[in-house]
Design a protein around this ligand. Structure first.
Ligand code: GTP
Ligand code: MG
Length: 200
């Protein structure tokens, strides 16, 4: 299930510009700055495959990366980024509709949630929107290395609270994995999980 090779294929502004070769793909979705691009780099064990930044709003297009010449991992712009300059802001509602509802080759969405913060309404809303539209997802909690802050940055407690809120909507909550792009926590587990979903 390891990534032996990865190549950037293209950036697309709209779903209809995305690659049309019907290979299976996983979309990386989550709030701006949650660590989407960093997770891709961690999975690949390289620093600079996907561009990252301390400033939210770094990723602005749908970026397709071809893995082992057989499947795609897709880096998406983050949602919930209110302070972007007008020119850099994107229309999230048309984007979500355009990409998620029309992408037949989507195997699952990896919904990234900051494990070092208490549950956020915008993440719960996103999970519920995907669920209502029958789009398969896996919760990937990021930044689980951040355990030294205060009470509010304890990943185990934040994740338990998030799951509790999710269970109100899903009797059987989606699979979930704790990760850190800094320590590599969860990397092998996530890669194995993705290979199982692809071979379903
Ligand atoms: P946008 O492209 O703006 O939507 O952001 P993104 O979700 O791609 O986030 P990105 O990967 O650029 O990371 C944002 C910041 O969080 C950077 O400063 C990263 O170094 C930091 N970061 C990402 N993952 C982790 C992690 O697992 N642990 C810690 N401690 N920091 C992380
Ligand atoms: Mg990014």
């Amino acid at each position: 299930s390891q990534i032996k090779q990865i190549e950037f294929v293209k950036s697309s502004a709209r779903a209809r510009d995305c690659p049309k070769d019907h290979r299976p793909e996983f979309a990386i979705l989550g709030r701006s700055n949650v660590g989407k691009s960093s997770l891709i780099n961690a999975l690949v064990r390289k620093k600079d495959v996907a561009l990252t930044s301390k400033k939210p709003g770094k990723t602005q297009l749908i970026n397709h990366f071809l893995v082992n010449k057989s499947w795609y991992i897709v880096d998406l712009p983050g949602y919930g980024f209110a302070n972007a300059p007008e020119s850099a802001r994107m229309d999230w509602s048309s984007f979500t509709k355009g990409y998620f509802l029309n992408r037949d080759t989507l195997v699952a969405v990896l919904l990234l949630i900051d494990g070092s913060s208490p549950p956020q309404k915008i993440d719960l809303d996103c999970a519920n929107w995907l669920g209502r539209n029958n789009i398969g997802m896996t919760f990937v909690f990021t930044k689980c290395d951040k355990t030294k802050g205060g009470k509010r940055t304890r990943p185990a407690e934040n994740i338990e609270q998030f799951q509790e809120l999710i269970r109100k909507h899903y009797p059987e909550p989606p699979p979930w994995i704790m990760t850190s792009s800094v320590t590599g926590m969860g990397r092998d587990e996530l890669l194995l999980h993705m290979s199982q979903l692809r071979n379903y």
